[in-house]
Design a protein around this ligand. Structure first.
Ligand SMILES: [Zn+2]
Ligand SMILES: [Zn+2]
Ligand SMILES: [Zn+2]
Ligand SMILES: [Zn+2]
Length: 282
């Protein structure tokens, strides 16, 4: 298992159940959310519009549902969703999990150890070294906390794979990876070249600036919409609103909140009454 699986995002989703699942969770999103920051999803005939805030809520709901179903924490559920092939396929994840949880953990880059072990007092030898800059790492009790306060001792990041990095190197690594590209962000892994451990979102959040964490979240939302056959981004440049079909796949014209009208089934602007094929002949 290598990081080459990251590039397999274009996997077509083969399960119709997936779509049903996303729809059912959208219902619970809107009913459970009282956040004023959530923009109302606009509806059209056969579709709804989802801005990034609504998409984040939906992603949150799906992650929480999976976490409680598999009795794992939110962070681990999100690693499963992000890195499964294809990603975000909750039904496939459930099937594989209940067949062989460790095989699935291995394939998505989750540690085989339990959370208790990870947070336990492992690898607390007094002479740890950052494998990137070769500086000595302090072995304070707070090894899992981010370097947020000024202190003389160097904070370090201890990952579930037992790899340790100084906070400076780890943050530089994250920032470089996140600045690099969109889709790979969803599969951020341990900096050790031979290690397949995928980073949890809280590890990322705690070790890079909000600006870069936003990049990570955007990458997740990109993947989330791209991998769902019933949703699509507005093709208008600069618009980050997605449309989701609510009544089967047909020739649907989407009137986006940005004012752009487009066809869901082809890359063109809205073209009724011409069919997609006719439109492409023009
Ligand atoms: Zn270092
Ligand atoms: Zn590692
Ligand atoms: Zn738009
Ligand atoms: Zn079309």
């Amino acid at each position: 298992m290598s990081s080459s699986s990251d590039s397999e995002y274009a996997y077509p989703s083969s399960e119709d159940d997936d779509d049903t699942d996303m729809k059912s969770s959208s219902g619970s999103t809107s009913s459970s959310s009282s956040s004023s920051s959530m923009t109302t999803a606009l509806e059209g005939p056969g579709y709804i519009l989802l801005d990034s805030q609504s998409l984040k809520h939906r992603l949150e709901t799906i992650t929480n549902e999976l976490a409680s179903l598999l009795c794992i924490n939110h962070d681990e559920a999100l690693v499963l969703l992000r890195n499964n092939i294809p990603p975000w396929n909750t039904h496939q994840i459930q099937d594989h999990w209940f067949t062989d949880p460790n095989a699935l953990r291995k394939s998505v880059g989750l540690p085989l150890t339990t959370e208790m072990t990870i947070l336990g007092k492992r690898n607390r030898s007094s002479s740890l070294m950052c494998p990137i800059c070769y500086d000595n790492l302090s072995t304070s009790e707070d090894s899992n906390t981010p370097a947020s306060e000024d202190s003389n001792t160097m904070d370090y990041v201890h990952l579930a794979c037992d790899h340790n990095f100084c906070s400076n190197c780890f943050t530089t690594y994250l920032t470089t990876e996140l600045a690099g590209g969109a889709t790979e962000c969803s599969a951020l892994k341990c900096p050790d070249a031979k290690c397949t451990l995928r980073l949890r979102s809280t590890t990322i959040q705690h070790n890079c600036s909000i600006q870069y964490y936003e990049k990570f979240q955007t990458a997740m939302l990109r993947s989330f919409v791209d991998m769902n056959r019933t949703s699509k981004w507005c093709p208008n440049q600069g618009c980050d609103v997605a449309a989701e079909l609510t009544s089967g796949v047909g020739q649907v014209e989407i009137f986006c909140s940005c004012g752009f009208a487009y066809c869901f089934n082809c890359p063109n602007e809205a073209h009724k009454p011409a069919s997609c094929i006719q439109q492409n002949l023009w």
